[in-house]
Design a protein around this ligand. Structure first.
Ligand SMILES: C[S@@+](CC[C@H](N)C(=O)[O-])C[C@H]1O[C@@H](n2cnc3c(N)ncnc32)[C@H](O)[C@@H]1O
Length: 241
């Protein structure tokens, strides 16, 4: 057993805390994931059982990979995360994860960068990047998109899930930024006081639909994005055939 796996197993505080305090966010995960996958499938134009292979870049504890494996009965799901600790935690198995999914050989996790996974090119039906983009500098977001483009088969779908970028506050931010950059800065700072996210400004500044276009995807218009909760959107685009 690796040191990281040992540490993850010893993380009883985290496990006990999560079990003792099931949060509304935690309870909503299956619904969120189901909406994301429905949006992916609608774009792929197939049924859930026809999806063969999916990847998650920045998979953390693997919670969403597990849900994807449950919701897509025939799919192999590969989770990649930069943190070997998180990969060990994912391999140990999230709390209350059904053993049959973990043991079914359809789910695997590996340490690696979302920018350069080392996975086989052109073999994935979808690549999802949930709740990572707002933590990345813009250059890294583009590198994730380039890697997703490499991994996807033609017609495959990339799905980012993150804070929405089209609320009234974002519209005001972009208008102010265009007219009076200092006012835009001040408005953004006020909105995000206390947010411990070093790249949140870059996340709001660069719209996902522009990043999709820059990375060579098609159909990544904001009008096609799907609300998964009041605050979060699935933002999808397709690799050209
Ligand atoms: C907020 S967590 C999201 C985890 C997971 N997607 C989820 O929704 O449960 C962000 C994860 O991204 C990973 N991460 C950050 N930068 C990364 C990179 N360049 N390549 C791969 N993973 C990265 C972190 O280690 C962390 O586990």
């Amino acid at each position: 057993m690796s040191m990281f796996a040992f540490l993850a197993l010893c993380d009883t505080d985290k496990a006990a805390l999560a079990a003792a305090h099931p949060s509304p966010m935690r309870a909503a995960r299956p619904l969120v994931m189901s909406r994301v996958l429905d949006a992916v499938i609608a774009r792929l134009g197939c049924s859930r059982s026809e999806v063969a292979r999916g990847a998650e870049l920045g998979c953390g504890s693997g919670r969403l990979c597990r849900l994807a494996a449950q919701l897509l009965p025939g799919a192999e799901i590969v989770g990649v995360d930069a943190s070997p600790y998180m990969v060990a935690w994912a391999n140990v198995g999230e709390l209350a994860a059904p053993d049959e999914v973990v043991g079914g050989g359809r789910l695997s996790f590996r340490a690696g960068l979302g920018e350069a996974t080392g996975l086989e090119a052109g073999t994935f039906d979808f690549v999802m990047v949930p709740f990572v983009a707002h933590e990345l500098p813009h250059s890294a977001r583009l590198a994730f998109l380039a890697e997703a483009n490499r991994l996807l088969r033609p017609g495959g779908v990339v799905a980012f899930v993150d804070h929405r970028q089209d609320g009234l506050e974002h519209v005001i931010f972009h208008r102010l930024k265009g007219a009076a950059p200092l006012l835009g800065d001040a408005f953004h700072w006020l909105l995000n006081v206390g947010a411990p996210e070093p790249f949140i400004r870059e996340y709001h500044e660069h719209l996902m639909q522009d990043s999709f276009r820059e990375a060579g995807f098609e159909g990544g218009e904001r009008s096609g994005f799907v609300d998964v909760t009041r605050w979060q959107q699935a933002m999808l685009a397709t690799k050209p055939r």
